[in-house]
Design a protein around this ligand. Structure first.
Ligand code: ATP
Length: 131
């Protein structure tokens, strides 16, 4: 089976670089399934899960947006953050989720709703990845 080199990079440094048979992710334009030989493309990613498959084995990462660059033999993901399930602190994500929910329910004028919505999405994505 042919493989692609997948590299995931965040501002904190590289998270992962390995070979996989398929990459599934959620771009702003919709779900993408990338196999070796895919046409080159660059796409913005949503706050979502990236799935990396090798036979029956698969790895999941929570990414909080960023960009995907595809070349026929390589996929690069540049994300603001990227965590595997074992990197995720569940308590921290639960606290971030309830903080964001409280902000969204607040009637105060000085609440930045868009910021709170994004924080809620990041926290829910992390909790989803953990399962
Ligand atoms: P918080 O409010 O808890 O900081 P956040 O969504 O605002 O959450 P980010 O700005 O997305 O946090 O991430 C900042 C850094 O903290 C990144 O390096 C990210 O990987 C890490 N991080 C955030 N939440 C968690 C978590 N629940 N478990 C592990 N690492 C986390």
């Amino acid at each position: 089976m042919k493989t692609l080199t997948v590299s995931v990079v965040t501002p904190d440094g590289p998270v992962l670089e390995d070979s996989f048979e398929m990459v599934s992710c959620k771009a702003e334009s919709g779900e993408l399934g990338i196999l070796p030989g895919h046409i080159p493309l660059v796409a913005p990613l949503t706050i979502s899960a990236v799935r990396l498959k090798n036979g029956n084995d698969s790895k999941r990462l929570a990414v909080s947006g960023g960009f995907l660059e595809v070349r026929p033999e390589k996929v690069t993901i540049l994300a603001q953050s990227a965590e595997t399930p074992s990197d995720i602190n569940v308590e921290r994500a639960k606290e971030a989720k309830s903080r964001a929910e409280q902000r969204l329910q607040s009637k105060q004028d000085d609440i930045d709703f868009q910021r709170a919505e994004l924080a809620l999405k990041r926290a829910m994505n992390r909790l989803d990845i953990v399962g």
